[in-house]
Ligand binder design. Structure first.
Ligand SMILES: [Zn+2]
Length: 273
């Protein structure tokens, strides 16, 4: 699933210029008409660079350096910040852009990638994961694509939750509702759920239904072609979203900002429906 076209140094200009494919994660207005871009690349990891004049309507960068665009960049190394000198869109993900829900899901993935990927540490599989996930959102896939993305991201960055044995004592989990504790690192058996550490507040568990446990295991164990067959009725979909959000918030030690907007949209759409 990883695309192999990645970074290659522009010939003839030594190390001054580099060419890389990238997905724009975010942009901040800076200076008079510039944008400070954060983007993820397959072979150079997460980088930042200035796109000079990109907020001017006639800039040749307009449309190419927007968040969630898959782009080919030519970047000049600068003393402090690198500078984008050319940008060419490879995939604009038009369908994501045309829906508020799809846009907010895409931005959520971009925010997680920004939060989990350390600066300058390359992981081509992470790049492939983000690119493939945006492709799925672009074709209208929703909850399962997001849950699979979260689990795969946690796996690739070393935070895979334990779902096969109790994360606290290591005992096999009975096939019944159990506990889930980000502090412990995953599922908790019924014994540990009622243990002294829990009572003392050291492990803050939530309840995980048997269906949620089975669904998360299924998503974790299968590639996406298989995983996408999972059907999530609404209460279960919300439970999985809540469990993974609880876990991710613990790993990042903060809330993920874009989840507030996802929640807001759901409330608004719920009222409209
Ligand atoms: Zn246990």
């Amino acid at each position: 699933m990883t695309q192999e076209t990645g970074a290659e140094r522009a010939a003839g200009t030594a190390d001054r210029l580099y060419k890389t494919e990238a997905i724009i994660l975010k942009q901040l207005p800076t200076g008079e008409a510039d944008r400070l871009l954060t983007f993820y690349t397959p072979y150079l990891g997460k980088l930042r660079a200035i796109a000079r004049g990109a907020r001017r309507p006639k800039s040749k960068l307009v449309g190419h350096v927007e968040p969630l665009v898959h782009v080919q960049l030519l970047v000049a190394r600068g003393r402090n910040l690198d500078v984008v000198s050319q940008a060419e869109t490879l995939e604009p993900f038009v369908a994501i852009r045309s829906s508020l829900e799809a846009t907010s899901r895409g931005l959520y993935c971009a925010e997680l990638m920004d939060a989990f990927a350390p600066d300058g540490y390359a992981n081509p599989q992470l790049f492939g994961l983000l690119l493939a996930t945006l492709g799925r959102l672009n074709t209208g896939e929703t909850e399962v694509a997001l849950r699979w993305f979260e689990l795969r991201l946690l796996h690739l960055t070393g935070f895979r939750p334990e779902l096969h044995q109790c994360a606290q004592c290591g005992n096999a989990l009975a096939m019944e509702a159990c506990g889930f504790s980000p502090e412990a690192g995953g599922a908790l058996c019924s014994g540990c759920r009622g243990s002294a550490a829990v009572q003392a507040g050291a492990l803050v568990p939530t309840r995980m239904s048997l269906n949620a446990l089975k669904s998360l295991r299924y998503l974790q164990a299968n590639d996406y072609q298989e995983a996408r067959r999972l059907r999530l009725p609404m209460p279960l979909a919300l439970e999985l979203e809540g469990l993974l959000r609880f876990y991710i918030r613990h790993v990042l030690e903060r809330d993920v900002r874009s989840t507030a907007f996802l929640d807001h949209l759901r409330r608004v759409r719920g009222r409209e429906g």
